[in-house]
Design a binder for this molecule. Structure first.
Ligand SMILES: C[S@@+](CC[C@H](N)C(=O)[O-])C[C@H]1O[C@@H](n2cnc3c(N)ncnc32)[C@H](O)[C@@H]1O
Length: 235
């Protein structure tokens, strides 16, 4: 039995390729006794699948689930409840390593743990290779130059907001496509951006797919996909 509190680590495991893990994340993962990750009942954890070959059966695994796209006021009590198993481990003095797809602090669910625990427990965040960078490398096109404004736009925004933001950006990543794909494609068409924009699905994963926007079936767009609009500058 120990009196000291556990430490919380949020480690970025990158966009999919298990080799895109930092040495620091790898070291923490290999030495972790408790490994936590976001996992819905009906879907296995993507972050866990990325590092599955580095885990061992002596590690305690703690799945947790934050439902997506809830009104923040409705979400708060559910999120408070979801983190209880992790709180129990930390209070018992166990370090907890939380696996985060991409980077933990870039639209990552780790942020809900960070805001709840960082003031109580020693917390360390290990950055990860983030999906816009992985997608730019996958399509092999320079993303932003010099003083370019690079915008990250959730596809959940309205057509009007997307159009305004795209007009004001030199380069952009449009994330969280799924059922919003058709709306986004329509906006890109109206702005004359169809030839510049690229669609990338599951970048760096075994199932990576890059196709022209007009070849994408809008009814089969996975969550792990994005559209990049690279800079127009060519130097
Ligand atoms: C909640 S955000 C998480 C971002 C993540 N923390 C990161 O640093 O990349 C999820 C969105 O990131 C994008 N994304 C994450 N991984 C991806 C991948 N391997 N390929 C394409 N898009 C990805 C998708 O647009 C997805 O809807």
């Amino acid at each position: 039995m120990t009196n000291s509190k556990g430490r919380l680590y949020g480690i970025g495991v990158g966009p999919g390729d298990p080799e895109l893990l930092t040495l620091k994340a790898y070291r923490l993962l290999k030495s972790a006794s408790v490994v936590a990750y976001q996992s819905a009942d009906d879907r296995p954890s993507v972050a866990r699948s990325i590092v599955a070959s580095y885990l061992n059966d002596r590690q305690i695994e703690v799945p947790f689930h934050f439902p997506r796209a809830l009104d923040p006021y409705q979400a708060k009590p559910l999120y408070d409840k979801a983190v209880i198993p992790i709180a129990d481990h930390l209070a018992a003095g166990h370090d907890v390593v939380v696996l985060c797809e991409g980077d933990p602090l870039f639209y990552g669910s780790f942020m809900y743990l960070f805001t709840r625990f960082a003031h109580q427990y020693e917390t360390e965040v290990v950055p990860g290779v983030s999906s816009p960078m992985a997608c730019a490398s996958a399509i092999g096109i320079p993303l932003s130059y010099r003083n370019d404004i690079f915008s990250v736009l959730p596809a959940t925004l309205s057509s009007e907001v997307l159009a305004t933001q795209l007009v004001n950006a030199d380069a952009a990543a449009i994330i969280k496509l799924s059922r919003h794909f058709a709306k986004v494609r329509d906006v890109l068409q109206k702005l004359g951006l169809m030839t510049r924009a690229r669609y990338i699905e599951r970048a760096t994963m075994a199932e990576q797919r890059i196709v022209a926007l007009d070849e994408v079936d809008a009814d089969r767009v996975p969550y792990f996909s994005m559209i990049l609009v690279p800079s127009n500058v060519q130097l």
